[in-house]
Design a protein around this ligand. Structure first.
Ligand SMILES: Cc1cc2nc3c(=O)[nH]c(=O)nc-3n(C[C@H](O)[C@H](O)[C@H](O)COP(=O)(O)OP(=O)(O)OC[C@H]3O[C@@H](n4cnc5c(N)ncnc54)[C@H](O)[C@@H]3O)c2cc1C
Length: 384
């Protein structure tokens, strides 16, 4: 049976997120973008209403919601400010999920509980200066010395890198084993030798904080190894498979924000004696926008449904991410066009949305990598 209706809980989550975004996130969004201010206060409040542990189980401080509820919250938040969206996405889909799924009870108690209850922020550290799409090629090295691991290397582009408290860090334990030598570790902020660098000066998502992290002889207790040595790459990829649903939702949110701004503007702005919304050329743009958003949502909800049902969703989450991020870039560009000159200045929001949309095609696997994942899964299911 297919239902196109949300449950009462899903509707409540969407309404709560919508109200929160309007009242708490919207008023300062332009200032935070211009001055690249991290939304610490907003995140504290999101933590208090359970949005930093949405899908984590209540046993570990989470809200115990389903993935569809999470996608709805991500859409509503990102519609207003995608920079807040990225922090929420990394925390929920990558950090919390990995700890709940692959951590042991002691790790869940010590690390997941404060994250899911919103007291602490998390970061996911896979990319390196020379290892992005090819994440198997980890240059950060972990050596076992007694009952500790010693980590050395550099992580790059880490979202919430300066403001996080708990970091999941991937590192190579034996280069000869290639990706089968990678392990995942939990590192706490303030650990000697673990040093977040300067915040990147980005094109978009400016109020999220992205930085590199240097690791110099960082001592990690052996109890902070997640699962087993050799499982790190698998854990990283499984995390991204769900993370892509979060980024797809973020992209849908950005696209919807741009469409709503365009609908309003097109009915207010007059040219040739009539609102530009009455011009067919503008109507075609608006029609394309809503059609693409509707299609992207269906892909997102399908992937989320499959995740909740325990069905492998590698292809579906890549499809959702690829499609939603592509249309978010198309729609934000058209939104600027509909706004004419006003679209090119900050006050009307759509130029920020256009800048923010770009990175959704890059992080958590570029669009090129999503094509590869989709084709690989497709070929796997149609052997000769
Ligand atoms: C704002 C921001 C936040 C980020 N947050 C995080 C984070 O929190 N944690 C984290 O670990 N990482 C994070 N990243 C890193 C991000 O995931 C990588 O930038 C991304 O995976 C691409 O890696 P790269 O930049 O090294 O590009 P490369 O891998 O060098 O790719 C360069 C180009 O080559 C293409 N390419 C590469 N391989 C192939 C192939 N096989 N076939 C076709 N084309 C290919 C790519 O698609 C791309 O167009 C973030 C990045 C940004 C910009």
């Amino acid at each position: 049976m297919i239902s196109f209706e949300f449950t009462d809980i899903q509707e409540q989550v969407r309404e709560t997120a919508r109200k929160f975004a309007k009242e708490e996130i919207a008023p300062s969004v332009i200032e935070r973008d211009i001055n690249a201010i991290f939304p610490a206060e907003i995140l504290k409040k999101l933590g208090e209403i359970g949005f930093l542990g949405m899908t984590a189980s209540p046993q570990w401080g989470g809200s115990g919601l389903d993935t569809i509820s999470y996608t709805l919250a991500m859409m509503e938040i990102s519609k207003v400010d995608a920079s807040v969206g990225i922090v929420v996405s990394v925390q929920n889909s990558l950090v919390n999920w990995i700890l709940e799924k692959y951590g042991n009870d002691a790790q869940r108690e010590k690390y997941l509980t404060p994250l899911a209850s919103g007291e602490k922020l998390g970061a996911y550290c896979l990319s390196e200066p020379d290892s992005g799409s090819d994440a198997r090629d980890q240059k950060t090295i972990a050596q076992k010395v007694g009952n500790k691991w010693i980590l050395n290397g550099t992580k790059n582009w880490i979202s919430t890198g300066q403001n996080a408290d708990i970091y999941i860090v991937f590192a190579q334990t034996n280069p000869e084993l290639k990706h089968k030598g990678i392990a995942a570790f939990i590192i706490e902020k303030g650990t000697p030798g673990f040093e977040p660098g300067l915040k990147e000066d980005k094109m978009g998502m400016r109020s999220s904080d992205t930085c590199s992290i240097g690791l110099t002889n960082v001592e990690v207790p052996e109890e902070n190894l997640i699962s087993e040595v050799g499982q790190g790459f698998y854990i990283a990829m499984r995390g991204l498979s769900g993370g892509r649903i979060g980024i797809a939702s973020q992209a849908v949110g950005i696209a919807e924000g741009a469409m709503e701004a365009s609908l309003k503007y097109a009915q207010e702005r007059k040219a040739f004696g009539m609102p530009i919304a009455e011009l067919q050329a503008i109507q075609m743009k608006l029609a394309q926008m809503i059609m693409k958003i509707d299609a992207a949502k269906l892909l997102v909800f399908k992937a989320a449904y499959m995740r909740d049902s325990g069905i492998d969703h590698s292809r579906e989450s890549s499809e959702a991410k690829l499609f939603a991020t592509t249309i978010a870039n198309e729609i934000t560009r058209e939104a600027v066009q509909i706004h004419g000159g006003y679209g090119y200045v900050r006050e009307y929001h759509v130029e920020r949305m256009m800048r923010d949309a770009k990175v959704t095609e890059i992080y958590e696997g570029t669009s090129e990598i999503q094509h590869i994942v989709i084709a690989r899964e497709l070929l796997k299911n149609y052997p000769l």
